[in-house]
Design a protein around this ligand. Structure first.
Ligand code: NAD
Ligand code: NA
Length: 398
């Protein structure tokens, strides 16, 4: 099968198995090039393991410290004539590489918000690993069916209070225009977004894992958050999604209490803005990211998800000393993004940016490349005119 990208809005409907496999190999190579993470995790559960920060966390654990990993995600395998999702191919490629390297790797494909998938995961841990010593929580989803009430919550990306007007880019056409996003009309939008992207499900996972006795002495758990610059506050940190992130961060003390008798600890790590399937759907943010990339690449401090996660594990979670926390108790691997010199330059470019100078003063090219890269396209070394080997299934994905 010859596969070409087919884009609709913020998503690419097709994916390339060889390109996604190459991406996974590149991430593995990067982690290995940084050397072993001493005293790293050994038995790891990653919830949201198939793309973005979760996939890079899994790769870092496996190839940085030789960890056995179980990955949970929600993806689609290939069907007749139709490629699978990128996360499916990523996971298939990861398992192949991990297994070849002698590392245990199994995956569960299903709804992580459900009690059923939690049970299935616990059974698999009991059967194969006994206990886990790290739980990474890296879900990003537009909806969640609540396991106790059955209510289907949908998250929204809206400001709270006033309408928000600023520049945004259609990164395919390169047109920069003003967008106005109206604020929420009632608090239900906040409640729903918190229900989907807040900390409740993380807590449910940790409660269930603990009750089942599958958390090891000294267990760590980490979830990911974002803050970003003032210019995106109305749509991100001060908007509905920001309330969900507040809620996620506020879950840390409750989890620490829950884990205290195991000498366990929970963290939120604030990560850098990056092109992922989730972030490309947020208005304004892609334009910010293409300016941020420009500035950070020029300064030689640009990172992708794997560089971020390798740095998180090696210098914070498993550095041999306690992680450096901000005034709100969070790990900050967005520290380079938030550097004053970086933010000043981005803010100055933001004032000037237009359709006419987009290619010149932003890294929209890098943005597009990374976007297509998420789906396995525009990856160096892949012959896109050649027939691909169809990856239909991987036995260890249940
Ligand atoms: P992503 O879309 O790349 O990954 C999401 C993962 O969640 C995938 O593995 C997907 O399969 C899984 N998933 C979604 N719904 C699921 C379900 N119902 N059941 C099981 N698995 C499900 O997202 P990402 O950008 O890597 O985001 C991960 C976390 O990092 C989020 O909390 C996000 O807010 C945070 N974060 C993202 C950025 C960014 O710029 N992308 C920056 C900082 C923090
Ligand atoms: Na993820």
């Amino acid at each position: 099968m010859i596969i070409q990208p087919r884009v609709r809005g913020f998503i690419c409907l097709t994916t390339h198995p060889d390109g996604t496999a190459q991406n996974v190999k590149n991430q593995i190579d990067y982690v290995q090039s940084k050397g072993a993470i001493e005293n790293g995790p050994k038995k790891v559960l990653v919830i949201g393991a198939s793309t973005g920060f979760g996939l890079s966390s899994r790769i870092t654990a496996a190839f940085g410290s030789g960890a056995a990993t179980i990955g949970v995600f929600f993806e689609k395998p290939a069907a007749a004539g139709k490629p699978g999702t990128a996360g499916w191919y990523n996971s298939a490629a990861f398992e192949k590489e991990a297994t070849a390297a002698g590392l245990y790797a199994k995956s569960i494909n299903g709804d992580a918000f459900s009690d059923e998938v939690k049970k299935q995961t616990i059974e698999l841990i009991k059967q194969d690993l006994g206990q886990v010593d790290l739980v990474v929580y890296s879900l990003a989803s537009p909806r969640r069916t609540h396991p106790k009430t059955g209510v289907a919550h949908g998250s929204v990306l809206k400001p709270i209070g006033q309408p928000f007007t600023d520049k945004t880019v259609d990164f395919h056409s390169g047109v920069v225009s003003d967008i106005t996003i109206n604020p929420i009309e009632n608090d239900e939008d906040i409640e729903n977004t918190v229900a989907v992207m807040g900390g409740e499900d993380w807590q449910f996972w940790i409660e269930d894992l603990k009750a089942a006795g599958v958390l090891a002495e000294g267990v760590k758990t980490v979830a990911y958050s974002y803050i970003g610059p003032e210019l995106t506050y109305p749509i991100y940190r001060n908007g509905t999604i920001g309330r969900a992130k507040d809620n996620l961060e506020a879950t840390v003390p409750a989890l620490n209490e829950l884990l205290a008798d195991l000498n366990g600890v929970s963290y939120v790590s604030v990560n850098k803005a990056l092109v992922t399937q989730s972030s490309s759907a947020i208005p304004v943010v892609p334009l910010y990211i293409s300016l941020l990339y420009k500035v950070m690449k020029e300064k030689g401090i640009h990172e992708g998800t794997v560089e971020q996660m390798q740095r998180l594990f090696a210098t914070q979670l498993y550095s041999g000393h306690a992680p450096a926390l901000d005034e709100k108790g969070r790990i900050r691997v967005d520290d380079w993004e938030m550097r004053a010199d970086v933010q000043e330059e981005v803010a100055a470019l933001w004032q000037q940016i237009s359709t006419e100078n987009l290619e010149e003063i932003s890294d929209i090219k890098g943005y597009r490349e990374e976007f297509f890269g998420l789906f396995g396209f525009q990856v160096d070394g892949i012959d896109y005119e050649a027939d691909t080997n169809e990856v239909v299934g991987v036995p260890s994905i249940q």
